[in-house]
Design a protein. Structure first.
Length: 304
C-alpha cells in the first residue's frame, strides 16, 4: 500500500529532476513560510547521501531509502526520511537511485537537494504490508519485560493506571526518531507532574528493541538523563522474543542492519482497564494529543 504508482508521474517533473532543477526549486522555496526548518539552518550538520528509494508514503510524507554509508555519521541502512521539498513525494518512486543532502538540525532531520541519478524499474521493490495492528478498545495482551532495575514488570501491574508505551534503542543516531520519543515523554512527564490527580494514575514505559546492547544497566544510565522518577517512567527490555512479541503486537517493525537498527515507531496509550485508547505511528504525535487522551479518561474521577 505504500508503493508509488509509476503511471501517475509527471514526465516533465521527472525530466526536471534529471537535470537537477530540483535544487533551483529548493532555493526558491527554501525560506517560504511553509518551511519551518529554514531558520534552524545555522546549527545544521549536512551530509552527502546516496541510495535507492525503497518506498514512498505520500500520506505520511516519508520516503524510505536504502542509503550508502555516510562517513562519520551512519552506517549504510534502510530508513525513512522526510523531504524538504514536499512536491518531490509525488515524483520519487521505488527503485530510483538518488543523491542529496541529509540535514540534521536540532531535533529534526530531512533530505534536501535530492536528485534522481537513475530511474528505477517499475515495481522494483515490493514493500511489505504493515502488520495487523490493534484498534482502540482492543484488550492489550499481557507482556512481561525486565526494567532498568533488573526487575520483571508486566502489563498486569500497571492496570488501574493509564499506560503510555513507546519504543526506542539507545544508540539511535537520528534526533527525530528515538531521541524525540524521549524528549516527548520527558515533556509528558513534566506536564503530568503538574497535575497531582494524574501523576499517580499514569505510567510511562519506554521499551528498547535492542536487548543485546540495551541491558538494564545501560537503560538505567541512559534513562537518568531523562527522568528523575523511575516509578512513573520505567525503561524496559527483555529477551529478544519478549521484546519482539510486544513490539509486533503494536505494529512496530525493526531489524538490524550493520551497527544500527532500522525501525518504525509506535506509541500506545492504554487505559487503566488494559484496553488500547490510541496508537500513534511515527514521530508526528504531540504531547498535547497524548495528554488529551489521558484527560478524556477522567482519571481524576477514578482516583477518588
Ligand atoms: Cu531510532
Amino acid at each position: 500500500m505504500h508503493q508509488s504508482c509509476r503511471g501517475n508521474r509527471n514526465p516533465l517533473l521527472r525530466n526536471l529532476l534529471f537535470f537537477r532543477v530540483f535544487f533551483l526549486a529548493a532555493v526558491l522555496t527554501a525560506c517560504g513560510a511553509t518551511w519551518s526548518g529554514c531558520n534552524r539552518n545555522a546549527a545544521a550538520s549536512r551530509y552527502d547521501l546516496t541510495g535507492k528509494v525503497v518506498s514512498v508514503d505520500r500520506e505520511l510524507k516519508k520516503v524510505t531509502i536504502a542509503h550508502d554509508e555516510i562517513p562519520g555519521f551512519m552506517s549504510a541502512m534502510t530508513m525513512p526520511f522526510v523531504l524538504k521539498e514536499e512536491w518531490a513525494y509525488g515524483v520519487l518512486g521505488p527503485g530510483d537511485q538518488v543523491k542529496g543532502t541529509l540535514v540534521v538540525s536540532g531535533d529534526r532531520s530531512w533530505l534536501e537537494d535530492l536528485v534522481i541519478t537513475q530511474e528505477g524499474a517499475p515495481d522494483a521493490t515490493a514493500v511489505p504490508e504493515p502488520a495487523n495492528e490493534p484498534k482502540p478498545g482492543d484488550k492489550v495482551p499481557e507482556f512481561v519485560l525486565t526494567n532498568q532495575e533488573g526487575h520483571r514488570v508486566g502489563l498486569g501491574e500497571f492496570l488501574g493506571r493509564a499506560l503510555v508505551v513507546t519504543f526506542i534503542y539507545t544508540r539511535c543516531p537520528l534526533p527525530d526518531y528515538c531521541p524525540l520519543m524521549n524528549t516527548n515523554f520527558q515533556e509528558l512527564q513534566t506536564e503530568l507532574l503538574k497535575q497531582p490527580e494524574l501523576i499517580g494514575r499514569t505510567q510511562l514505559l519506554t521499551i528498547s528493541f535492542d536487548p543485546e546492547y540495551d541491558t538494564p544497566e545501560v537503560l538505567k544510565t541512559y534513562a537518568r538523563s531523562f527522568t528523575p522518577n523511575f516509578d512513573h517512567w520505567q525503561f524496559a527490555t527483555g529477551s529478544s522474543s519478549e521484546v519482539k512479541t510486544v513490539a509486533e503486537y503494536f505494529g512496530l517493525r525493526y531489524w538490524p542492519e550493520n551497527d544500527q537498527i532500522i525501525h518504525s515507531l509506535r506509541t500506545a496509550v492504554i487505559g487503566p482497564d488494559g484496553k488500547l485508547i490510541n496508537l500513534y505511528r511515527g514521530n508526528e504525535w504531540k504531547v498535547s494529543e497524548v495528554l488529551g487522551d489521558l484527560q478524556k479518561l477522567n482519571l481524576a474521577r477514578l482516583a477518588r
